[in-house]
Design a protein around this ligand. Sequence first.
Ligand SMILES: C[S@@+](CC[C@H](N)C(=O)[O-])C[C@H]1O[C@@H](n2cnc3c(N)ncnc32)[C@H](O)[C@@H]1O
Ligand code: SF4
Length: 461
Amino acid sequence: MANQWYVPWNEALIRQYDVTAPRYTSYPTAVQFEALQAAEVRDHLDQQRGKTGPLSLYLHIPFCQHLCFYCACNKIATKDRDRPDAYLDMLEREMALHARNFGHRPITQLHFGGGTPTFLSTRQMTRLLDLVAVYFDWDPVNQAGEFSIELDPRETSDNMLRLLRRRGFNRLSFGVQDFDHQTQLAINRIQSFELVQEKVKKARELGFGSINFDLICGLPHQTPASFARTWEQTLSLSPERISLYNYAHLPERFKPQRRIDPTSVPQADDKLRILRDSIALLQQAGYLYVGMDHFAKPGDELAKALQDGSLQRNFQGYSTQAETDMLALGVSSISQIDGVYLQNHHAIERYEALLSDSQLAIKRGVFLTPDDKIRQWIIGQLACQGRLSLAEVSARFNIDAALYFSHAWQQLGELAKDDLLTIDADLVRVRPLGRLLLRAILVTFDAYFHARIASRYSKVL
Ligand SMILES: C[S@@+](CC[C@H](N)C(=O)[O-])C[C@H]1O[C@@H](n2cnc3c(N)ncnc32)[C@H](O)[C@@H]1O
Ligand code: SF4
């Protein structure tokens, strides 16, 4: 398939550029967040009151019935099905506090993430959906948008799917991870192919137009042969999008991973083969590599956005929505509002205690400096549009971009030699191999990145 989007495989370069770097769902990344003055945060949020334009809303539901041993998400394992009620009380308070500044802006993107949002019962979910509609301008019947939710197939009843569809959800993301039984045993996540198949069938009958699967490369006992079987089963269900994440074994950081035997995870050579085969297989099956873990079928909006240059990037990865402010609610969630990142407390006790006192639960964040804003824009351009024009940077930010980024430009020259990108006068274009090794390109513009923090991020291999 010789087309301009086809990602070639070059093992030597992939090994060479396997950098330990962030995935840039934000710039600056969360490592740079620090404690903020409450008054300064309040002022900033109050200044938003007069603003108009669409808004993205993210809600974090942290509960999970079972703990997957690989998991690096912010979640709380519990069997108590009433536990979300108190959490919803706090979410309501948080919505009420934000509604005065944001309640008038149309919600064009709504995402429920977790944890497992469908840990909620249909009663609890109905309440949550009502709260969003009460406190925000969310009208999915009359307003177009991307309304999506993360689903654990084991925790998704048909009634829940029906409810979500009726209330305007149009995108689903299923956690699949791997269909191999031995792998599933080792990660404490047993879910049969038949279960996923049944849920996908139901979702399609109900009219969900876009289904994403999350899979993970590098899980225990995974081999090129076992993962090839997982792909065969996955492709038979024909999801519109696929996110292929990389498992990095970091048990010091993520406690549940201590229950994974490090000798059972595929080592670098095998992992590289698994990745190579996966990318080849998906491209043969017609999927486009969008960038940074994401694949999409050509007809899918994400693939179209890649091709027509309208792709965006935010905390949920890639998106088709025009650049909007993102208000994020719930424990540990991160908002991006008009040049400021704000993150809520990670600990649910602290989150709930502050909101019971009718205070926002923001713990830390960052007010972007003028330099941050320039680099944020550049990283977005390269990650989404795959191009960067220095003239555009100069005009947009009123700087001499060639001078400002002379050092980064030299580094890009090196990457150009390896065909990760091309440089034509002042224009950089990311080549397909560069899309696969995007982090190595983006890190060039990260003013904070250096060896000291490198160990906090995962490598591909
Ligand atoms: C919040 S979960 C998705 C919803 C639901 N909790 C589930 O697991 O089905 C988000 C995704 O993150 C990915 N993930 C979690 N921990 C990971 C890790 N350590 N390495 C790579 N991917 C991971 C999984 O693919 C998972 O589906
Ligand atoms: S992967 Fe999903 S279900 Fe498993 S522990 Fe993490 S958030 Fe919960």
